[in-house]
Every structure is written in structure tokens, then in C-alpha cells.
Design a protein around this ligand. Structure first.
Ligand code: PEP
Ligand code: MN
Length: 360
């Protein structure tokens, strides 16, 4: 497998451009404003998968000449989203330089397989976004299907995951999923789509910084010459000027390692301590599960149900208060207690429903 996008040293991949191609003038304008930044690809959606009908669904194949125009005028490489074999055929015939598979497509192995078949024997970089739902295997499977079609240049795009409820993000990042994908598929470059994770402009830099600190290979961002007038995703698009001044120039690029001996000694020392703490955490969790099982035995004798809403409420409030005073985020502690609670319930349930158990 080859790198999807060749970069020298610590240079980062940049894929910039509007959510959708809206007119030749818009594409020319954005391309000319992006010239100085020299992104690796200009992105623009032709076929827009929208959650609800009635919203703007892209100009489709009639927008292809606008992408060709910026290839010719500026020498830029361009990429677009494909969701079926017809899109692939049109994009390839038009000489587009790379393709990406969106989150609403990578979610479905039938769609991915259709695209993979259309790509057989073709040499073009393909970027694969994570599926809408936080399913690592589905993402990995989509990448494998495209690899199996013989595509050599593949990168993953992390665009966050949909969820129900409130969050500062449009799509929650769940960084552990792309981190695990990088561990499992080390040859695949990882790109953060900061716009679809963020959903609003104020948070884009912070997301890009986290991605860089996690050693991502690059970023995708939606830039538009006049974001307020964008036909799709207006709230999250920024001008090329804003992207440079407020995001790119403010990012701190750090290296992956250092050879400084003192630094390595100190870090190793701290890592040993971390390993000790991690072991203690796991042992404490085991202890907690034994206690849950003891409660299970008591409840079984009395015929009392496992889940007690008031008790759960009490646990959550007490720990969230403690977390606050210790400067731990509510979101983190809540999801941690939730996971512990579910595991405890499973232990209790196992204890209470054990077959052939002698009366206690
Ligand atoms: C997009 O990139 O404009 C897009 C529709 O992305 P996603 O598939 O991540 O929602
Ligand atoms: Mn978009």
C-alpha cells in the first residue's frame, strides 16, 4: 500500500474547499483565495447526501466543469464525494483527481462494495470517512473493501459520529476509534474533517490541534468564499482567510518523539507510574464487581430487582460533584460511571440468574 498523499517530513495533508460546488464563480473564487496555502486537494461536493428531503442536494454532474475549470486554471487537484457506481464513473470520466466515500455511504457494505467494483483496475486515491455510527469494524471493513479492489492509495477521514442529545460538537469525535484504527492499520493515513466534527466555526482550531497532537496526517476543512451564503453547511464553513489566520497559523506542530536523554528518562519514569495506576484501576474495578455480586446475592434472597433508580441517581450526583472538585470533566466521569454501572449490573444479573444454585 502507498501513502494516499505524499508529504515530506512532518508536513500535513490539507484538503480544503466548500461543502458543495455551487457555481463556477464560487469555485474559481475559493481556488484563487486558496492559492497561497497550496492545499493538496480542493474538495467540493457534487452529490450531497442530506439527512432530510427538501434541502439542497448539490448540482450533480452539471457542476463537474466547475471543478475542471480550477484544475486547468490553477493546476489544483480536486476531489469529490461518490456514493454509487454512477458517481464513480462520472468522476473518473471527468478526470477528477481523488474521491471520497461519505459517512452515509461507508455505513453500508452494499454501497461500499458497489463503489469498490466500479474502482477495480483504477489508480486513484480514495479517502474513506468513518460511518455515521461509532463502529470501528464497519470503518475498517469499508477500507478493506476498497483495498481489495486493488486501490493502493487510501486514507481514512475522521468526521465524528452522530449521537442523540446535546454536545458542543456536531458529530462527537470519539477519538479512541480513529486511534484504534491507526493502531490496526498503520499504513493508512488519518485525516481529521474538522468541519463535520465541529459544526461551528469557533471550535475548528481546537479540533485541528487535538488531531495534530494525536499525530494525524492532515486535515479536511470546508472553506467557502462567502460562508453565510453557502447552500449547505453554512454554519461550519470559513473563508480561506479565516482558515489561514484563525486556524492554521495558530496551530502548534509538535514532533512525534525526541532523542533528548533526560526527557526520555523523565517520560519513562512517569510512564511507569501511569502503568502502576492503571493496574490499580483494573484491580479496583474487579473489587467493585465482587461487591456488586454480593449485593446481587442479597437481592436474590429478597426477590428485589437489580436496578434501583434512586441509588443510581445518588451514585451519579455524588461522583459528579467529586469529579468537579478534582477538575475532571463531567462528560468523562459520567460515561465512566455509566460503563462501570452497566458492568456491575451484568455481574449482579449473572449472580442472580445462575442456574442450579443452592439457596443462599
Ligand atoms: C461532506 O463532506 O460534505 C459530507 C457530506 O460529509 P459527511 O459524509 O462526513 O457527512
Ligand atoms: Mn458539508
Amino acid at each position: 500500500m502507498n501513502a494516499a498523499v505524499d508529504k515530506e517530513g512532518s508536513a500535513k495533508i490539507m484538503i480544503l474547499g466548500p461543502c458543495s460546488a455551487e457555481s463556477e464563480q464560487q469555485m474559481m473564487e475559493v481556488a484563487s483565495q486558496l492559492k497561497a496555502l497550496n492545499p493538496d486537494y480542493i474538495r467540493a461536493g457534487l452529490w450531497k447526501p442530506r439527512t432530510r428531503p427538501g434541502s439542497f442536494e448539490g448540482f450533480g454532474m452539471s457542476a463537474i466543469p466547475w471543478l475542471n475549470a480550477i484544475q486547468q486554471e490553477f493546476g489544483f487537484k480536486v476531489c469529490t464525494e461518490v456514493a454509487n457506481s454512477q458517481h464513480v464513473e462520472l468522476a473518473l470520466n471527468a478526470g477528477l483527481d481523488a474521491l471520497w466515500i461519505g459517512a452515509r455511504t461507508s455505513v453500508n457494505p452494499f454501497y461500499v462494495e458497489e463503489i469498490a467494483s466500479a474502482l477495480r483496475g483504477v489508480d486513484i486515491p480514495v479517502f474513506i470517512k468513518n460511518p455515521m455510527n461509532p463502529d470501528l469494524h464497519l470503518w475498517q471493513g469499508a477500507i478493506e473493501r476498497i483495498l481489495n479492489a486493488g486501490i493502493q492509495k487510501i486514507a481514512a477521514i475522521h468526521r465524528g459520529f452522530s449521537f442523540y442529545g446535546n454536545s458542543i460538537y456536531r458529530n462527537v469525535p470519539r477519538w479512541q476509534i480513529p486511534i484504534e484504527l491507526m493502531r490496526r492499520m498503520p499504513g493508512i493515513q488519518m485525516i481529521a474533517d474538522i468541519s463535520h466534527i465541529g459544526g461551528h466555526t469557533g471550535i475548528l482550531r481546537e479540533i485541528a490541534q487535538i488531531a495534530f497532537d494525536l499525530n494525524y496526517d492532515g486535515i479536511m476543512a470546508e472553506v467557502h468564499p462567502d460562508p453565510a451564503k453557502a447552500l449547505s453547511d453554512a454554519e461550519q464553513q470559513v473563508t480561506p482567510h479565516f482558515f489561514k489566520e484563525q486556524i492554521l497559523d495558530k496551530l502548534i506542530l509538535r514532533k512525534g518523539f525526541s532523542n533528548d536523554e533526560l526527557y526520555n528518562q523523565r517520560v519513562n519514569h512517569i510512564r511507569n507510574e501511569i502503568d502502576e495506576v492503571d493496574l490499580k484501576i483494573v484491580r479496583l474495578l474487579a473489587q467493585r464487581m465482587l461487591l456488586a455480586e454480593d449485593i446481587g446475592a442479597q437481592k436474590k434472597r429478597q426477590g428485589v430487582s437489580i436496578f434501583q433508580p434512586e441509588r443510581w441517581d445518588q451514585i451519579v450526583s455524588r461522583l459528579l460533584e467529586e469529579a468537579k472538585s478534582l477538575n475532571l470533566s463531567e462528560e468523562f466521569i459520567f460515561s465512566l460511571i455509566e460503563a462501570i454501572h452497566i458492568e456491575s449490573i451484568l455481574h449482579q444479573s449473572h449472580r442472580m440468574n445462575r442456574a442450579n444454585e443452592l439457596p443462599e
